[in-house]
Ligand binder design. Structure first.
Ligand code: FRU
Length: 486
């Protein structure tokens, strides 16, 4: 057996030894109040997002006993209202030869009373001489299973392996997501060609079991070497391909992070099998954002979660690592489309966290210090002017010459500045949690998501502006999270 495997039994064998880790996480002042974070250890991508029989299932890449990159399980939260959550036991374990080095990212598709899951079984044959991480010595298996309740699963089935991918692919093919159009189910997989061009592979099926290769979607000119976590979705008749290109060079204010998260507008003639990709647009301008996944809930809303983190960044999260955990998910965001652009808005349920409401004109808000950094602040500007808002002692949002800039001081742990050009700022919706900020600009036309590690959680908020406008300030409650003890 490979040392990396972690069966359910292995997980529980080690569970008692990690009581200390669990206690430590609870002591951390930076633990988040209304963001889903790992119970202990490491979290990355949201996985398998779905709603079935009223219950939302939010799974995630999870390394329970190590707060750095390690063996991947799927952790699991459930909720019926997106405010009260249950921490469930891990859902998926790397316990087969086809997924022995990690149950990598995947998704869920609900139909006819069943949830169909698809994920990548990662196998690193690093004991072999030809293992080189990219082109050889690696299996990227696509596996599938079903569940009626999102808890108990059927046997895992291998549905695609290396031989089913086009010959010009490297051994980086992963992160299946399903999209239905007409009588066909399409599966998108993120991939890297042998020539290191990022692309998305499209497979087609009529029964969700047998998938045939259909096409490879990419840009005419290479746009990065690998595209991870693809998501094909249709909002109001407009198709979008969301993905995470790696290896795109920074261009002015664009592509400032090590890896990107964004989308292409997509025109697809599925009968002729011809497509046209629009321009790539970033979904978020912040430091900590990657690996998004959307799903359609029972109300028909497109809801997106993303990993509030990013691999291989130059900045760090040492303050939480010291307490035995790292990373979190963003708040859920409803996606709508406007003029071919994706707009992100905090999920309506988040408003239930508002405890009180303080309303005032901006010019009445001179300097205020607040004891609780967990708040939402909604600002409606009546006229257009440059401004500076001091969000925390060393965190500023600056608008000058049509450029909006978020800058962090030492509390950024290496995060410095991110900017976006924007004609006018009419509206800001700032969500502040202990160690996270999500700033929605102009109703979600742009977003900045970042971690921040302020020394104390009593901070100053200050407006430097001669703006006219209305401001609503809401102190926020925490999510209620209960552990589902079996
Ligand atoms: C993105 C990613 C995915 C992969 C998973 C592994 O963050 O690298 O491509 O499936 O994380 O945890």
């Amino acid at each position: 057996m490979n040392k990396n495997m972690m069966t359910k039994k292995d997980y529980y064998d080690q569970y008692d030894n990690h009581q200390n880790m669990r206690d430590n996480v609870k002591k951390d002042k930076n633990r988040l109040h209304y963001h889903l974070m790992p119970p202990t250890g490491w979290l990355n991508d949201p996985n398998g997002l779905c709603q079935k029989d009223g219950i939302y299932h939010i799974y995630f890449q999870y390394t329970p006993y190590d707060c750095n990159w390690g063996i991947k399980l799927w952790g699991h939260y459930t909720s019926t209202d997106m405010i009260h959550f249950k921490e469930e036991e891990p859902f998926l374990y790397p316990d087969q030869k086809e997924d022995r080095d990690g149950v990598y990212s995947g998704s869920a598709y609900v139909e006819d009373g069943k949830i169909y899951y698809f994920y990548t079984g990662n196998v690193k044959l690093n004991d072999r001489d030809d293992y080189d991480y990219i082109n050889d010595g690696r299996e990227q298996n696509t596996l599938s299973f079903t569940s009626e309740d999102g808890m108990e699963i059927s046997r895992k089935k291998l549905i695609l392996d290396n031989d089913d991918y086009p010959h010009n692919m490297s051994k980086h093919v992963r992160d299946p997501k399903i999209f239905k159009k007409g009588k066909y189910y399409y599966m998108v997989l993120g991939a890297r060609t042998k020539d290191s061009q990022g692309c998305v592979l499209l497979y087609r099926s009529q029964d969700l079991q047998n998938f045939q290769y259909y096409n490879c979607i990419t840009t005419p000119q290479p746009f990065g070497y690998m595209w991870e976590c693809p998501d094909l979705l249709e909002i109001d008749g407009q198709l979008f391909l969301i993905c995470c290109p790696q290896g795109v060079r920074q261009n002015g204010y664009d592509y400032a992070n090590v890896y990107q998260m964004g989308y292409f507008q997509l025109e697809y003639d599925f009968e002729q099998n011809q497509y046209n990709l629009g321009e790539f647009k970033e979904l978020d301008r912040g430091f900590d954002i990657y690996a998004p996944q959307s799903f359609i809930d029972e109300k028909g809303r497109h809801i997106l979660y993303a990993w509030m983190g990013i691999p291989d960044a130059s900045y760090h999260n040492d303050p939480t690592i010291q307490y035995g955990w790292q990373h979190a998910l963003t708040i859920p965001r409803t996606l709508i489309q406007k003029d071919g652009k994706i707009i992100q808005q905090p999920l309506a349920e988040m408003k239930q966290l508002r405890k009180e409401k303080y309303e005032m004109d901006i010019d009445q808000w001179n300097e205020t210090s607040y004891d609780d950094v967990c708040y939402e602040m909604d600002i409606e500007f009546k006229n257009q002017k440059d401004f500076q808002i001091q969000i925390r002692d060393d965190v500023f949002l600056n608008y000058k010459d049509h450029v909006l800039t978020l800058s962090l001081g030492t509390s950024g742990c290496g995060r410095d500045q991110r900017s976006v050009e924007i004609k006018e700022v009419r509206h800001l919706d700032i969500w502040s949690d202990t160690s996270a900020l999500e700033i929605f600009v102009n109703g979600g036309q742009e977003v900045f998501t970042t971690r921040v590690y302020s020394e104390t959680l009593s901070q100053h908020l200050y407006f430097h502006t001669s703006h006219q406008g209305k401001l609503s300030y809401y102190p926020l409650d925490s999510y209620q999270i209960e552990k589902n003890e079996k």
